[in-house]
Design a protein around this ligand. Sequence first.
Ligand code: PMV
Length: 317
Amino acid sequence: MPVIFGKAPGKIILFGEHAVVYGQPAIAIPVLNVTATARVTPILGTEAGKVHIQAHDIQLDTLLSDLPEDHPLAAAIRATLQEITPNHTPAFTIQLDSKIPIAAGMGSGAAVTVAIIRALSAFLGRPLPNERISELAFEIEKLHHGTPSGIDNTVVTFQKPVYFQRGEPLQTLTLTQPTYWVIADTGEKTPTWETVADVRALHDESPETCDTIFAEIGQITQEARLALSQGDLDRLGSLMNRNQALLQDLQVSSPRLEKLITAAHEAGAVGAKLSGGGRGGNMIALVPREKVSQVENHLLEEGAVRILTTILRETAE
Ligand code: PMV
């Protein structure tokens, strides 16, 4: 059996985080500059069933049998084995490598899971279709996030910009001109499950207020889809700013996010907001092409620990 690779990109949410957990639409795009890779190699001359996992990024070097059931990497491997060869596990090593920042709203957990399922299903002789990879990855996302919406596994599996709504068929986006998105990391790390749980607590406390906020975020996301299809940067920028104000109302922003958002505006971004779970992680700014370096530099001056700029190119629906 040859060595088999599986890859998946990072992702970033442009509009609709948190509200998407409550059934509103969200827009997310793949970030192709950063990827997770899984590499599967057979172990020859060993008893069947020996599965060796190496993930140097997180200092993990272990046997599958030594990991608990709910460990996300183990769960992804076990789910794939169960799906394809429930009665026989060959001996193999799976090496994981990810350049996607962890706990930064870039879908690193989902991308590693998708890379594992993709590589392992191919190694076992039955590469799974994207629909099934995404479904399996969604089950694993529940171990990372508690109550995920499904947006991360969808975007990183299909590697396309998506307009996502829970329970609805996948819709891709039409984009008529390239747009430039500067992503800046605050360096603060708050796990997504924590902010999702806090928003849930807020919703339990004041359901009507939160439902009104979610509905408005949903409206913004619908308008953003149209603005993206028309290449209307000014409209997109003001929708981002309004979305950010509503995320502040949901108490998922943070002083560092606010500082970077202000910096992006000062340097010429047309809109900026946090992206993902919030209370740290990344902010994202929509920037006219000629101002990209200016915005990147100013974000670094104001304390961003990493900058990634991604270009969203024209697509057909
Ligand atoms: O922090 P991220 O980018 O992995 O995504 C979180 C997005 C939420 O809407 C807050 C949660 C979800 O599952 O959609």
